[in-house]
Design a protein around this ligand. Sequence first.
Ligand code: ADP
Ligand code: MG
Length: 436
Amino acid sequence: MVEDRMTADLIELRNVSRLFPKGSGEDLVVLEDVDLTLRAGEIVGLLGRSGSGKSTLLRIIAGLISPSGGSARCRGQDINGPPDGVSMVFQSFALFPWLTVLQNVELGLEALGIDRAERRSRALAAIDLIGLDGYESAYPKELSGGMRQRVGFARALVVHPDLLLMDEPFSALDVLTAETLRTDLIELWVEGRLPIKSVLMVTHNIEEAVLMCDRILVFSSNPGRVAAEIKVELPHPRNRLDPSFRQLVDSIYARMTQRPEPRAATIEGLPGTGVGLVLNHISSNLMAGLMETLAREPYNGRADLPVLAETLQLEADELFVLAETLQLLRFAQVSEGDIVLAEPGRRFAELDTDARKKLFAEHLITYVPVIGLIRRVLDERPSHTAPAARFRNELEDYMSEDYADETLKTIVSWGRYAELFAYDEQSELFSLENPH
Ligand code: ADP
Ligand code: MG
């Protein structure tokens, strides 16, 4: 038995699935068939778009929620409540405002029954390690966002966990602060100075994953599963400008844009498209901006997504959703990491405002079934009005309430831009602007 525990993998997930009940009574399948093995000595990244179930998976490993199916084990034992030796760093930390930095860090040790003197010396060591020396007696409100996040790291590290779980720990920080913290952490890791054995980090940022991880598990969405595993063998410190770094980023981009999945519920028997299509809230301005950019030099209708993300200062995740939305509306096509403007997209870029609205309206009616439906209902009703609830109910048969909300918001903003219908927030009523 003892030997088993010593040689067992740190984390082992087999066929893990997780469902959440939906408003309509059916279940939302968030994770399906997830296999994952985590060994000592590695940093593993879970890379996927938002909504693909990454946080859910991390919460299963942290013992905060249980899987609906499959097995989740930590050192050979079923995970049942938070396992020993696992700490978590969140996107932004809830520090106690009335406690000093030192007290906030020590807090993690009290529950472990460690005596006062030892608590103090370990907390001071963690604070020193993470670059907060001199701030021991400061209060959270006196610290910058980056410093506060460092306190969060110190609090997670002070318990000397075997496994550090990180859920998008840099995404709430500004670009420079995030990069400094990433490099500091990697440096400590490479020098063997972090009191941990492994790291599992969630990110939707491809470059961050390539910068930090030994292994990247690429997650697909709806439902979330591990679609690919990529080993990163570049030596540290890694350089983002290094050609082999760029090549790896490009190939992951390509992989993530291959056969883009419909962002819709794909429950057995229900269509993933049709009225049940999930619409992401992308503004018509952003779409117009991208089409104009693509139409011009140096792109002339075709661009490499990673290059474009950098030029437009967009996160990969945002650009994917934007590109897919243009694809959904048939203004562009996405394939193998490139976006190519389609003929209507080229035309759009050259038209004046009124003609753009008209073209956009045609594409909405033709390619977004729920918008076609709303317009038909409004045309047919003598009052030319219809309550949003009428359509919300229909959407919720296919998707979670959150997605239905976002889809409805999108419909309203696109419909307004295209002058297809009006919407009154107060009465939650759709209407024809100029009924005839
Ligand atoms: P990610 O971290 O990859 O962005 P999440 O794991 O947070 O994704 O969420 C994945 C999906 O699961 C989302 O559609 C989200 O709305 C849904 N979800 C997460 N937690 C719950 C919950 N407690 N109840 C219902 N749905 C949930
Ligand atoms: Mg998340």
